[in-house]
Design a protein around this ligand. Structure first.
Ligand SMILES: Nc1ncnc2c1ncn2[C@@H]1O[C@H](COP(=O)(O)OP(=O)(O)OP(=O)(O)O)[C@@H](O)[C@H]1O
Ligand SMILES: [Mg+2]
Length: 221
């Protein structure tokens, strides 16, 4: 299997604080990686680097076999727009716009003719097709989380990165979201998820544990 992520000796500091140190990571196409570890251990920092959102790190990173250091900002955003979906820890939804318009946001950057059909399909998949026309600020927390997921999957990314997608949700909604990720994985999407959720780790193929910015354990499940 091809490696879609190949990271070597990643180090990220914020001033004197070391957020990541000596992190090596390989993710093969079709893997489901759960990144676990206590609050502040570097999970979001690592996802930001893998997703090409943060380029202020040391070490090397290859995405889909290509060294990201040689890509311009524009090339990196294009790669992200076409092949990567990102579900953020804070969802960053446009509260005063409709659910559908939110799911259409990525297509503003990488236009496609069937964007609306794809957006409606993604909403259907997360069980929100009937809320497409509603404003986001009329939705519950779990529904917003699902809008954020629909937005990340509408362009059918080959790799989906998610940062605690089940945080602050009731058990039933969390299970539903775990099932969405599991089915995307069954269809061949590479999934990388930072999570505190054991059920998400159970469906993952590999678990990476971080402790104070370092990998403390990597385990196939
Ligand atoms: N923008 C930033 N400026 C300064 N320090 C930061 C910044 N982002 C992260 N850090 C620091 O880096 C470390 C790792 O943070 P990170 O957000 O990656 O943790 P996390 O594992 O995602 O935690 P949580 O489970 O709470 O989301 C923390 O000590 C944090 O204070
Ligand atoms: Mg985090």
């Amino acid at each position: 299997m091809t490696d879609v992520v190949e990271a070597t000796a990643l180090r990220r500091t914020f001033g004197a604080r070391v957020a990541l140190e000596g992190v090596d990571l390989r993710v093969a196409q079709g893997d489901f990686l759960a990144i676990m570890g206590p609050s502040g251990s570097g999970k979001s920092t690592l996802l930001g680097i893998i997703g090409g959102l943060d380029t202020s790190y040391q070490g090397s990173l290859k995405l889909f076999g290509q060294a990201t250091s040689v890509l311009s900002d524009r090339e990196l955003s294009l790669l992200r727009g076409k092949r990567i979906g990102f579900v953020f820890q804070a969802f960053f939804l446009l509260e005063h716009q409709s659910v559908l318009d939110n799911v259409l946001v990525p297509s503003l950057f990488v236009p496609r003719t069937d964007a609306k059909t794809a957006a409606l399909q993604a909403l259907d998949r997360v069980g929100l097709a009937d809320r497409a026309a509603d404003r986001v600020d009329t939705l519950s927390g779990g529904q917003r989380q699902r809008v954020a997921i629909a937005r990340a999957i509408a362009h059918q990314p080959s790799m989906l990165l998610c940062d605690e997608p089940t945080g602050n949700l009731d058990k039933e909604t969390a299970s539903r979201i775990v099932e969405i990720f599991a089915s995307l994985h069954r269809e061949g999407t590479t999934v990388i998820c930072a999570t505190h959720e054991d059920r998400l780790a159970e469906v993952a193929t590999t678990t990476l544990r971080l402790s104070e910015g370092r990998v403390s354990k990597e385990q196939a499940s």
